[in-house]
Design a protein around this ligand. Structure first.
Ligand code: 5GP
Ligand code: ZN
Length: 148
């Protein structure tokens, strides 16, 4: 039995309990348009099973989700949206902006002058020193080593 949270909006969309405009319905992943698109054609790709975070999602499941993401992102260039580019976005965790606790990838078709932008205050700041970057890379390497 697939993992499911009856209170989750995305689980309910997969189950057909609430409406959505589907782009892909597969055995492992589903893609549908975002109800509040940041650009026309903005869609979400999700695993059918309920996983709250990346850490909870099996590698094979995530790999399948990303295969669907790639297929759709490439197809958008030749679609009615004639996207000149695509942004992919994942909010993993509340502090990262995750509002729906069912892991998902935003696929955002981009055209010149579409008004969508990503901004980080730190982009205007001075670059950190190389030693700082090296220290941070070391800390992340250690964490990756511990988990793999
Ligand atoms: P998050 O901030 O969690 O990365 O993004 C959640 C996204 O889900 C938002 O872009 C929001 O517009 C979208 N969303 C929330 N509720 C629904 C819904 O009921 N149906 C659809 N299609 N999208 C939803
Ligand atoms: Zn769910």
């Amino acid at each position: 039995m697939a993992k499911r949270d009856p209170a989750c909006i995305f689980c309910r969309i997969v189950a057909g309990e609430i409406p959505a405009s589907f782009v892909h319905r597969g055995a492992t992943a589903t893609a549908f348009l975002d109800v509040n698109p940041v650009t026309p054609g903005h869609l979400l790709v999700i695993p059918n099973e309920h996983h709250g975070s990346l850490a909870e999602t099996r590698v094979e499941t995530w790999a399948h989700v990303m295969r669907i993401v790639r297929r759709i992102a490439v197809a958008l260039r030749a679609s009615a949206f004639a996207a000149d580019g695509v942004n992919l976005f994942v909010a993993d965790g509340e502090v990262a902006g995750q509002e729906v606790p069912h892991v998902h990838v935003h696929v955002i078709p981009r055209t010149a002058g579409d008004g969508f932008r990503v901004h980080a205050a730190a982009w205007d700041a001075e670059r950190p020193a190389r030693e700082t970057l090296d220290r941070q890379a070391g800390a992340i390497r250690e964490a990756v080593g511990k988990r793999s």
